[in-house]
Design a protein around this ligand. Sequence first.
Ligand SMILES: Cc1cc2nc3c(=O)[nH]c(=O)nc-3n(C[C@H](O)[C@H](O)[C@H](O)COP(=O)(O)O)c2cc1C
Length: 197
Amino acid sequence: MSLDQPAARQSDHPVAPQFLQRWSPRSFTDRALSEAEVMSLLEAARWAPSASNHQPWRFVWARRGEAVFEALHACLTGNNLTWAGKGAALVVVASKDTVTNREGAEVANRTAGFDTGAAWMSLALQAQTMGLFAHAMGGFDREKLAAAVRLPEGHTLHCVVAVGEQGPAEALPEDLAAREKPSSRKPVAEIAMHGRF
Ligand SMILES: Cc1cc2nc3c(=O)[nH]c(=O)nc-3n(C[C@H](O)[C@H](O)[C@H](O)COP(=O)(O)O)c2cc1C
């Protein structure tokens, strides 16, 4: 499908194009994802770096048309309920809170969230190489989602990611269609300091 793409993002400094081309649209086409394609997304996430290679990330996935997809979708809140059901797949991103130390005790994994964030970005960039887009959502009912995925004790839910082929903005309700464009960023000078804050 050819879409009227908004003006391309501009970087302050030279950067590989994938970083500017990834964004989070809300409109998806009817294109389905095969199970093999979902596995490719998860494979990319699998290879993310993590402290001591603990790999704390955990994923629960479902494809549109499956009853489990509907169950995950029903846990979303606000506008997410309106658009994310058109996604070809939903991926719940969670992490295990603890690791086993040398003495065999379960201790907090302080970097679990950080590591899992890297894994989600790997998934998003893999989606991009497959001609797809991934849109993370923190807007979900935590208790309902925990019950839906049977979240084990000692695990944390981070977000639900909708993945699919980008659709036309016009397919969205008017208010969401108006927001269907890549956002900008703070300048590097505002977020990075030389040597100290
Ligand atoms: C952890 C997380 C939670 C988010 N929650 C939502 C959400 O609930 N609904 C939504 O539409 N977008 C959500 N987003 C998307 C962000 O708004 C989006 O990534 C941000 O505005 C930057 O835009 P971009 O991804 O298009 O570059 C979330 C993103 C992240 C990483």
